[in-house]
Design a protein around this ligand. Structure first.
Ligand code: SF4
Length: 339
C-alpha cells in the first residue's frame, strides 16, 4: 500500500548528512555502441534486466523517502523494449507525490530521433546525450558504429524539437584521444544552442587503462575554451549540481565542466544508483552492492524494503579515492552501472 503523501516528505540521508534526492536507474546494460574508451570490444559479463512492473515497484519504494529525480540510464536505455510505457508509468507517480519524480534520461542518442516525442508525451522532462566528437570520422572511430554521427545529430535536434529542454551533451575527454574536439564542441554549443558538458575521464572503463595523464584538468580546459570565445562563469542551477557552468560572453550556448578527478564534488553528492538487476550502489565507485531486488523477490513488504533502503543509504561512501594509494576500481565498469 503506497503511503499517503505528507506535507513534508521524509528525506533520505547518508551518515555524512547529505540529502539523497537523485536515483539513477540502469534499465539495461546492453549497448549498441562499443566506444573505445568504455568497452574493450569483448562481449564480457551482462547482467539481467527486470520487468517494467518490477522497476516501477522499485522506484515507488524510493519516492516517499524523498527521491525527487529519477534518471534512466543503461548501457543504452533506448534499447529497452517498453521504455515509453515505463516512463508513462513512472510519471503516474506524480498524481500521488506532486512534482516528483522529475524524469530524465541519459542516452547515446542513436535511436532518439524517433523516440524523443513519444518519450516527452509519456512524461520525460530532460535528455542528456553522450557524444565524444563533433565530426563524423572522429565520432565513428570512437563509437565503432558507421553512420552513427548523423543519427545522433538528428536525435539531438529531435529532442530540442520535442521540448526535452535543456538538452545536454556529455563529452568524456581523454588527452591525446579526443581533446582535439574541445574547440569544435565550444562552437557546437553555440551553433546548436545546447549545453555541452565536458566530463573528466574516470577509471570506470572495461579495458582498465585509466591514468591521470589522460585527464584534462578543469583549469587547462577553461584556458583552451577561453581561446575560442570569452567565457563567463555562471552560478549553479541547484545545490549539488555536478557541472561548473560557463556561458559565452558573445552569444548563446553553455559549457559545463564535470571534474570528479581534479575538482571532486562528493561533498554535495545526492545520488543513489540502481543497477539493471536491482542492486543499490551507493557510489559510482562502490566495492559492495545491496540486493534490493533479491529482497523484493524474497517477499519483503514495501515497509521492510524501505527500511532496508534507509539502512543502505547510511552506508554511502563519503567520497571517491581516485588516484590515491590503495584506490580500487569499482566492481562493475560504467556500461554495467550507468551514468
Ligand atoms: S564518486 Fe561517489 S560520492 Fe563522489 S560524487 Fe560520485 S557517486 Fe557521489
Amino acid at each position: 500500500m503506497l503511503p499517503t503523501p505528507t506535507s513534508v516528505p521524509p528525506q533520505l540521508r547518508d551518515s555524512h548528512g547529505r540529502a539523497l534526492r537523485d536515483l539513477r536507474i540502469s534499465i539495461t546494460d546492453r549497448c549498441n555502441y562499443r566506444c573505445v574508451y568504455c568497452r574493450d570490444g569483448e562481449e564480457g559479463t551482462s547482467y539481467s534486466e527486470l520487468s517494467n512492473e518490477e522497476y516501477l515497484r522499485l522506484i515507488t519504494l524510493f519516492i516517499p523517502l524523498g527521491i525527487t529525480k529519477v534518471r534512466l540510464t543503461g548501457g543504452e536505455p533506448l534499447l529497452r523494449h517498453g521504455l515509453v510505457d515505463l516512463v508513462a508509468e513512472i510519471a503516474t507517480l506524480r498524481t500521488l507525490f506532486g512534482e516528483a519524480p522529475d524524469i530524465a534520461i541519459t542516452t547515446n542518442g542513436h535511436l532518439l530521433e524517433s523516440l524523443a516525442a513519444p518519450l516527452k508525451n509519456a512524461g520525460l522532462r530532460r535528455a542528456t546525450i553522450s557524444m565524444d566528437a563533433v565530426d563524423a570520422p572522429n565520432f565513428e572511430a570512437i563509437t565503432r558504429v558507421p553512420r552513427s554521427f548523423e543519427r545522433v545529430l538528428a536525435g539531438i535536434r529531435a529532442a530540442k524539437a520535442a521540448g526535452l529542454e535543456p538538452v545536454k551533451i556529455n563529452c568524456v575527454l581523454l588527452r591525446g584521444f579526443n581533446d582535439n574536439q574541445i574547440e569544435g564542441f565550444a562552437r557546437f554549443a553555440q551553433q546548436e544552442n545546447v549545453i555541452v558538458r565536458f566530463i573528466e575521464f574516470m577509471p570506470l572503463e572495461e579495458g582498465r587503462f585509466w591514468s591521470r595523464d589522460l585527464v584534462i584538468p578543469i583549469d587547462e580546459l577553461v584556458g583552451r575554451l577561453s581561446r575560442v570565445a570569452p567565457l563567463v562563469e555562471l552560478p549553479p542551477n541547484e545545490a549539488g549540481e555536478t557541472a561548473i557552468r560557463f556561458g559565452f560572453k558573445d552569444g548563446p550556448g553553455e559549457i559545463g565542466i564535470i571534474a570528479p578527478v581534479s575538482r571532486a564534488f562528493c561533498g554535495a553528492c545526492s545520488r543513489l544508483r540502481l543497477t539493471s538487476d536491482g542492486k543499490i550502489r551507493t557510489c559510482l565507485f562502490s566495492q559492495v552492492e545491496h540486493d534490493l531486488y533479491g529482497r523484493m523477490r524474497a517477499g519483503l513488504n514495501d515497509e521492510a524494503l524501505r527500511s532496508y533502503i534507509i539502512r543502505v543509504a547510511q552506508q554511502k561512501e563519503q567520497r571517491h579515492h581516485i588516484g590515491e594509494p590503495g584506490f580500487l576500481k569499482p566492481s562493475r565498469s560504467m556500461v554495467h552501472i550507468g551514468g
